[in-house]
Design a protein around this ligand. Structure first.
Ligand SMILES: *[C@@H]1O[C@H](CO)[C@@H](O)[C@H](O)[C@H]1NC(C)=O
Ligand SMILES: *[C@@H]1O[C@H](CO)[C@@H](O)[C@H](O)[C@H]1NC(C)=O
Ligand SMILES: *[C@@H]1O[C@H](CO)[C@@H](O)[C@H](O)[C@H]1NC(C)=O
Ligand SMILES: *[C@@H]1O[C@H](CO)[C@@H](O)[C@H](O)[C@H]1NC(C)=O
Ligand SMILES: *[C@@H]1O[C@H](CO)[C@@H](O)[C@H](O)[C@H]1NC(C)=O
Ligand SMILES: *[C@@H]1O[C@H](CO)[C@@H](O)[C@H](O)[C@H]1NC(C)=O
Ligand SMILES: *[C@@H]1O[C@H](CO)[C@@H](O)[C@H](O)[C@H]1NC(C)=O
Ligand SMILES: *[C@@H]1O[C@H](CO)[C@@H](O)[C@H](O)[C@H]1NC(C)=O
Ligand SMILES: *[C@@H]1O[C@H](CO)[C@@H](O)[C@H](O)[C@H]1NC(C)=O
Length: 434
């Protein structure tokens, strides 16, 4: 098996203003050899009578390979890119079984490209890539370690992204994972309302765990059409570490499989959204010069026509240093637990000596693989957006060694949105608390 090699990978390092374009070099040997398997029936469904997946994550028989979803990808050539979580040394041989429209099942060997960012954990995200057989028009594909399995014994996955219609949303926010009895309801509601004010039509959330009231909040926004909840019970399959970096213990994958959810979210929204915003639920990419992401991105794109990945500085507004804004009409807000972002107007100075994380707004159609703070493989350039234009407004607990209060920087940018935000949150709460 030969590997897709990228000669240059864009990696963001502290302090670098990186603009790099990657060149992809292909070795096409693996594209060959599609073996027709037995043709069992004239009924298409009978040839492909494997069962459909029942969860966002599906283990293969080996219990060491976990399929998320296949995505058709004809940006360069016709392939089906199957996102899967694999053991990095163990995933050697996998086969795709395409259920063709004409009832034939075609099998081919997959190329396995384990994403470079695994942060030391034994399991990581991989692109399991198979050439799409010509004239096959497969709606489903199955994956197995053996080339001679009976498809009836396999799970057949619907192939997504066959339709490449023009985007219906300008901005979709991808929230990687909500976990651990998450119950910061007020901040969450304010954050969703801010995303909408800034121009998001949709928020995709990979849900591992949250409180009962948060479940109701998510249901409210799902009904409204803003939120799409993707169940993400990764701990059913792999030993989860709460840390992003491998602590050298018996855990198998880091930070609730964040990298898998971010990549899945990009592919899921590739053709439905003009831009995808990658951040956590306690983060908002907040412009200084513009009032909406639409205006900000229009200006950034005009200045940087070859850029598809815009990278924003993260700035921490600690929950421990709050300011009252003397705003009125917030009496309903006490009925939902959580922090009030309008009180977060003091930010920690970023230290030039440590890695300050970054978050991104991307054109999903230009991204091949993404990490958390940078993309790994892409078709167009990346650009760092300076603090004068926008920042990642990150309201959370202070770090273990918090900056002294006297060093905090006053930043009342969020107050520009006070009227709309208060009105929209009240409107939501009036319906929600009924
Ligand atoms: C095959 O047909 C059955 C019953 O009509 C349906 O439940 C199943 O999802 C179909 N399988 C596929 C792979 O489409
Ligand atoms: C179905 O299509 C595949 C892919 O083009 C081809 O290899 C196969 O021979 C076709 N089978 C039939 C029965 O037409
Ligand atoms: C499919 O599963 C059945 C029952 O587990 C087994 O007997 C059979 O050998 C499997 N087919 C193949 C081709 O492995
Ligand atoms: C998306 O952006 C375009 C151009 O900025 C705007 O005209 C359009 O109304 C926006 N669509 C939505 C659904 O907000
Ligand atoms: C979160 O975890 C608790 C405790 O394990 C469980 O009772 C609850 O159902 C979980 N909630 C969700 C949304 O998964
Ligand atoms: C989850 O959080 C809610 C709200 O803070 C709390 O009432 C509840 O006891 C918590 N549940 C668990 C299982 O920790
Ligand atoms: C707070 O707002 C009220 C009116 O809403 C005003 O009368 C009062 O002076 C304000 N207080 C401060 C400290 O700005
Ligand atoms: C408070 O809300 C009421 C109606 O809900 C509105 O008439 C009033 O203008 C609001 N006050 C402020 C200061 O926004
Ligand atoms: C609240 O928003 C209004 C309207 O945008 C603005 O005029 C006012 O200055 C804001 N209040 C504060 C305290 O920033």
């Amino acid at each position: 098996m030969s590997n897709m090699k990228h000669s240059v990978t864009f990696k963001l390092l502290v302090g670098t203003i990186g603009v790099t374009c990657i060149v992809l070099c292909f070795n096409l040997q693996w594209l060959v050899k599609l073996k027709p398997l037995r043709r069992t029936s004239t009924d298409g469904n009978l040839t492909c009578r494997g069962k459909l997946p029942e969860d966002t994550i599906t283990p293969l028989k080996d219990l060491r390979t976990f399929i998320i979803a296949p995505y058709l990808d004809n940006r360069e050539r016709n392939i089906v890119r199957i996102l899967g979580i694999v053991h990095h040394t163990d995933a050697k041989e996998l086969y795709c079984y395409f259920c063709c429209a004409n009832t034939t099942v075609l099998q081919s060997k997959a190329e396995i490209d384990v994403h470079e960012d695994r942060f030391g954990f034994p399991y990581g995200l991989a692109d399991i890539i198979c050439a799409e057989p010509p004239q096959c028009r497969a709606a489903h594909v199955a994956i197995d370690r053996s080339p001679s399995e009976d498809i009836a014994n396999l799970t057949v996955f619907p192939i997504r992204n066959r339709e490449t219609a023009t985007p219906t949303a300008n901005f979709t926010v991808c929230i990687s994972t909500m976990f651990g009895n998450y119950s910061n309801g007020l901040q969450f509601i304010q954050t969703i309302e801010m995303y909408k004010i800034l121009g998001a039509q949709k928020v995709t959330i990979y849900l591992n765990n949250c409180s009962r009231q948060m479940e109701e909040v998510l249901q409210y926004y799902t009904k409204e059409g803003t939120v799409e909840v993707i169940p993400w019970h990764i701990q059913r399959y792999l030993k989860m570490s709460k840390s992003w970096r491998y602590p050298n213990d018996d855990t198998e994958i880091g930070y609730y499989g964040q990298l898998s959810t971010l990549n899945d979210c990009i592919y899921r929204n590739m053709y439905s959204s003009k831009f995808v915003v990658l951040n956590d639920q306690d983060e908002i990419i907040l412009p200084f010069k513009h009032r909406t992401w639409d205006n900000m991105m229009e200006s950034l794109q005009r200045e940087n026509p070859n850029v598809a990945v815009f990278v924003f500085e993260n700035h921490l507004f600690p929950h421990t240093a709050l300011t009252d804004g003397n705003f009125t009409n917030m009496s309903l807000w006490n009925r939902v637990p959580g922090f009030n972002i309008l009180q977060h107007t003091l930010r920690q100075p970023n230290s030039p000596d440590i890695f300050n994380s970054r978050k991104m707004i991307v054109d999903p159609r230009a991204v091949i693989q993404t990490s958390v703070h940078s993309v790994l493989k892409q078709y167009r350039d990346s650009q760092y957006v300076p603090l004068e234009s926008a920042l990642v407004y990150h309201c959370r607990d202070p770090p273990e060694e918090p900056a002294p209060t006297s060093s905090l920087i006053e930043d009342k940018n969020i107050w520009r949105f006070n009227e709309t935000l208060i009105r929209n949150v009240n409107n939501m709460l009036n319906h929600f608390l009924k």
